[in-house]
Design a protein around this ligand. Structure first.
Ligand code: 0JX
Ligand code: SF4
Length: 316
C-alpha cells in the first residue's frame, strides 16, 4: 500500500534553550564532582524524559528542601526559587548550586531593584507556577501583586498608582502579555516596565516560528510536558494563529493518528524543555505512516550560551 504524502514543517528554533542546556549540565557536572546522589529541588526542567535520564545518572528529585539530607548537594531548578530557599540551605550549611536560568535571575534582580526604589511590583504570570512563586518570593509576602489576565487588572488594589512597576514570567505568550501590559498602562499610566521585556528570547523565537507555520498546516504538534508553561503557550499560539488542531504531545505514542487522517501538512515544534531525540522519534513515527517531505521553517537563529556556576568549573 502506498503511503499518503505529507509535508512536515519543522519549526526552528525549537527545543532546548540556553537555560535548559545549562540546568541539565549543572546536574550532570554536580554528579561528576560530588558523586551520587545529588538532590534536585523540583524537576530541573519540566520534562519527564530529562528527569528520568538524570535520575538514572544519580539525581534524586524532591519538591522541598526539607526532603534533602543536609550532607548531600542540592540543585535548584531552572525556574528559580524564592529567596527563602537558598537562605534555608545556607542555614543548614548545605552545599547548593542554583540552576535558575540567568534570564529568570535577571527578573529577580529587577524586582528587588524596583522595590528598593520604593515601587510596588505587579507580576504578570500564572499562579502556582514555580517561576512565579520564585520571582514573587524575591520580596516579602504580599509585596508583589499577581495578574494573570487583562480582567485581573481592574481588581488590583495598589498602594500608590504612581509608584508601580511590572515584571513578567519569562515563558508567557507574547501577544496575551501585550494585552495585559496595555490594560496596566491604561489604568496606571505611570507604571514602569522592563527596559526590554521579561519574556525571554527562546520563548519569543519559538512562538514566532509557530506563528509562521500555523496558518498553512492542517495540524500542529508541540512536543512538551503538560506542566511546561512555554510548551503549552506554543499550542495556544498555534491555535490563535489559525491552526485549530494544535496539540501537546509528550512523545510519538501520544499522537492521535485517527485525528490526523487525511492531513497533508503538519507543523512540528518542541518546547524549551523537550529533547531533540523526541523530535526525531515523532518524525520517524510520521515516516512510518506517510511519505514525508521535511521542510524546515527557520524564523531566527540562536547562539545564546550560559556558563555553569564557577563551583562546577573548579576541581573537586
Ligand atoms: O514551565 P516552564 O515553561 O517555565 O518550564 P520548562 O518547561 O521547564 O522550560 C524550561 C525552563 C524555563 C524557565 O524559564
Ligand atoms: Fe531561560 Fe528562557 Fe529557557 Fe526559561 S525558557 S530557561 S528563561 S532561556
Amino acid at each position: 500500500m502506498t503511503k499518503p504524502a505529507l509535508t512536515l514543517y519543522l519549526a526552528a528554533p525549537r527545543g532546548f534553550c540556553a537555560g535548559v542546556d545549562r540546568a541539565i549540565k549543572i546536574v550532570e557536572m554536580a554528579i561528576e564532582k560530588w558523586g551520587a546522589p545529588v538532590y534536585v529541588r523540583h524537576e530541573i526542567v519540566h520534562n519527564r524524559f530529562v528527569v528520568d535520564g538524570l535520575r538514572a545518572k544519580g539525581a534524586v528529585f524532591v519538591e522541598e528542601l526539607d526532603d534533602c539530607p543536609p550532607d548531600r548537594p542540592v540543585i535548584f531548578s531552572a525556574h528559580g526559587v524564592p529567596k527563602s530557599v537558598p537562605a534555608a540551605a545556607q542555614a543548614r550549611e548545605m552545599v547548593y548550586v542554583d540552576a535558575t536560568c540567568p534570564l529568570v535571575s535577571k527578573v529577580h534582580i529587577e524586582a528587588a531593584r524596583h522595590a528598593e526604589a520604593g515601587l510596588q511590583m505587579v507580576m504578570i504570570g500564572h499562579a502556582g507556577h514555580p517561576e512565579t512563586i520564585g520571582t514573587m518570593g524575591q520580596l516579602p509576602e504580599g509585596e508583589v501583586l499577581l495578574v494573570e489576565t487583562p480582567a485581573d487588572v481592574a481588581g488590583l488594589d495598589v498602594r500608590d498608582p504612581e509608584k508601580l512597576a511590572f515584571i513578567t514570567q519569562t515563558t508567557l505568550s507574547v501577544d496575551d502579555t501585550a494585552e495585559i501590559v496595555a490594560a496596566l498602562q491604561a489604568r496606571f499610566p505611570m507604571i514602569i516596565g522592563p527596559h526590554k521585556e521579561d519574556i525571554c528570547y527562546a520563548t519569543t523565537n519559538r512562538q514566532a516560528a509557530v506563528k509562521q507555520i500555523a496558518p498553512d498546516v492542517d495540524a500542529l504538534l508541540v512536543i512538551g510536558a503538560p506542566n511546561s508553561s512555554n510548551s503549552r503557550r506554543l499550542v495556544e499560539v498555534g491555535r490563535a494563529a489559525g491552526c485549530s488542531y494544535a496539540q501537546l504531545v509528550q512523545r510519538a505514542e501520544d499522537i492521535d493518528w485517527r485525528a490526523l487522517e487525511g492531513v497533508s501538512a503538519v507543523g512540528l515544534t518542541a518546547g524549551a524543555s523537550a529533547p531533540e531525540e523526541l523530535v526525531d522519534e515523532v518524525v520517524a513515527a510520521f515516516r512510518a505512516r506517510f511519505k514525508v517531505s521535511l521542510e524546515k521553517v527557520e524564523t531566527a537563529q540562536e547562539n545564546v550560551e550560559f556558563k555553569v556556576p564557577r563551583v562546577l568549573r573548579q576541581p573537586a
